[in-house]
Design a protein around this ligand. Structure first.
Ligand SMILES: Nc1ncnc2c1ncn2[C@@H]1O[C@H](COP(=O)(O)OP(=O)(O)O)[C@@H](O)[C@H]1O
Ligand SMILES: [Mg+2]
Length: 221
């Protein structure tokens, strides 16, 4: 489902020096796999996820979704590919503060051009499953961190995307919340999604089909 080949990415430090974060990273994730990428803070985990999720361009290398080389698409093509293939669980949630929890979840359907009663029913069922249905009309600032995280997870999985990317899904949460999100992601993998979780916390690796370590810009088994 996902293949990343030879990803190279550098940032420019304020001093002008280049910081090489990815140095030829390779990653293949098939349908049904639950892959965890571990590594300490600053090792480039978020950069890797942003590149394979088409939120940032690499300097070189390729990203493929199935047989489509999505790294070669223009901005609009990449937006369409993201809407069709990717569910992204952001570390900082990125809920829109002016929308209710339910409408934040429904954003995913809107981006994919699938509004309507079926999407709404599914959004409500997901909020129920994650234990936040009674918060559906709340705005993000009125929700706890754990509740925001669960709403963000519902948004990421609403369209049943074939590729799920999660950046430190347990990072901001108490252990109970984190376990709920991780179990949801594992269940999605068992149902056939390709799942990539990046985390510095070892418990994220429980039940993983593969664990890699990001070191010096490449993934090691
Ligand atoms: N936009 C940016 N500009 C400059 N440096 C960046 C930028 N984003 C990340 N970095 C640097 O790249 C390195 C990797 O960052 P990141 O991918 O966020 O690591 P991780 O998620 O593993 O903590 C860090 O040294 C960070 O300071
Ligand atoms: Mg990070």
């Amino acid at each position: 489902m996902l293949r990343a080949a030879g990803l190279v990415k550098s940032y420019r430090a304020p001093s002008g020096a280049a910081i090489r974060v990815l140095a030829g990273a390779e990653l293949t994730v098939k349908e049904g796999e639950f892959v965890v990428v571990a590594g300490p803070s600053g090792s480039g985990k978020s950069t890797l996820l942003n590149v394979i999720g088409l939120l940032e361009d690499a300097d070189s290398g390729e990203t493929w979704y199935g047989d489509e080389r999505v790294s070669a698409l223009g901005r609009n093509g990449q937006s369409r590919a993201r809407a069709r293939y990717v569910g992204f669980v952001f570390q900082s949630f990125l809920l829109l503060p002016s929308l209710t929890a339910l409408d934040n979840v429904l954003l995913a359907a809107r981006y994919a051009g699938r509004r309507g009663p079926a999407a709404r029913r599914r959004a409500l069922a997901l909020l129920e499953e994650l234990g936040v249905a009674d918060r559906k009309d709340h705005f993000p600032p009125q929700l706890s961190g754990g509740e925001q995280q669960r709403v963000a997870y519902c948004r990421a999985v609403l369209n049943d995307p074939p590729l799920l990317l999660a950046d430190e899904p347990t990072g901001n949460l108490d252990d109970a919340n984190g376990a709920v999100i991780l179990e949801g992601l594992r269940r999605r993998a068992r149902a056939g999604a390709a799942v990539v979780v990046v985390s510095h916390r070892p418990e994220a690796a429980t039940g993983a089909t593969a664990v890699y370590r990001l070191r010096d810009g490449v993934l090691e088994a």
